[in-house]
Design a protein around this ligand. Structure first.
Ligand code: ATP
Length: 305
């Protein structure tokens, strides 16, 4: 796996900087609750874009709107200029793949079989061919297996191809999810919290894997709560708060934006003490402490009267 961070765009058929994802005015309402409100987001070829925000900000709902799991109440989502159909298998076939916040593998299938399932949108052999197992089927199956093994090699799981998915450690299950998503040969990969539950080494390895995916010409949009991961990785970061896009920019811009800090920590409440009041109280406490050292054995004054 390469960790070279330059953009080669070898497989996607797009030139760097060309629009891959163009979401405009996406709104998603559930009854009276507006989970996503009028969100615009673009991802260009060669980019890794981050989507962050506090719990319940609407990040996963937005992903679901992009991938056909939800039909947005308003707005439009285009992939390489074409409006995406509101059906998840058609979105995958169009070239947008994703992973899920909660791992969704076929636990009792092998690692290789899980990746082969991910290839179904790219195999042309029909039902009869599969049932009759004619020469066309065998050729297509061999090609699929070869590609699946390449992908397992790429994510570092080739030596576990015959293991059952459920027996993989957690971090490797997440890698397998990524390999399965890549099996549909996407031009855009959406990752929903890819490092959740990982230790720092696994997180670092995932960072390198995402760079390598980008270097293969696949644009990436990633939701993650691990800020160090996001700010190391992303060319651009968008911040969702209560369903709306609050800020978007490069890592330094987003990190330095007070509104982002406030959104994560919460706004100070109305009568919260200001800096001066806090300093006054601290000075008074320090004074009292200094005096208590010298007055402990002295005669009590007012209180004992
Ligand atoms: N199917 C649904 N029906 C009703 N409300 C929903 C549905 N899906 C999400 N919501 C609500 O929409 C809001 C946004 O949720 P969402 O899961 O998209 O947030 P999130 O930013 O991904 O949060 P987290 O970081 O915790 O995963 C929440 O208030 C949630 O309860």
């Amino acid at each position: 796996m390469t960790t070279n961070t330059t953009t080669q765009d070898a497989t996607s058929g797009t030139t760097p900087g060309q629009s891959v994802l163009d979401a405009r005015g996406v709104t998603m309402r559930f009854g009276g609750l507006t989970a996503v409100r009028n969100v615009d987001l673009q991802v260009n070829s060669g980019e890794i874009v981050g989507l962050i925000g506090p719990n319940g900000a609407g990040k996963t709902t937005f992903f679901n709107c992009l991938t056909g799991l939800y039909i947005p109440t308003e707005g439009e989502v285009r992939y390489k200029g074409q409006v995406l159909p509101p059906k998840s298998f058609k979105v995958t076939a169009a070239g947008v793949a994703r992973t899920f916040q909660n791992i969704r593998l076929f636990a009792n299938m092998t690692v290789l079989e899980n990746v082969l399932v991910g290839r179904h949108t790219r195999t042309k052999e029909g039902l009869w061919s599969a049932l009759l197992r004619g020469p066309g089927f065998h050729k297509a199956e061999a090609a699929s297996r070869e590609r699946a093994m390449e992908l397992l090699e790429f994510v570092g799981l080739a030596d576990k191809a015959e293991h059952l998915a459920r027996n993989l450690p957690y971090g490797e299950q997440r890698k397998l999810e990524i390999a399965r998503a890549l099996a549909s040969e996407p031009g855009l990969l959406l990752l929903d919290e890819p490092t959740a539950g990982m230790n720092p080494q696994e997180t670092r390895a995932t960072e390198e894997l995402v760079f390598a995916i980008r270097d293969k010409g696949i644009a990436v949009l990633v939701i993650e709560h691990d800020m160090r991961f996001i700010f190391n990785l992303c060319d651009r970061v968008a911040v969702l708060v209560q369903g709306e896009k609050l800020v978007e920019g490069d890592s330094a811009t987003v990190q330095g934006d007070e509104r982002v800090v406030a959104a994560y920590l919460g706004e100070p409440f109305e009568d919260a003490p200001g800096k001066e009041e806090i300093a006054e109280v601290e000075a008074a406490e320090a004074h009292a402490e200094a005096h208590s050292d010298t007055t402990t054995d002295a005669a009590p004054e007012e209180n004992d009267r």
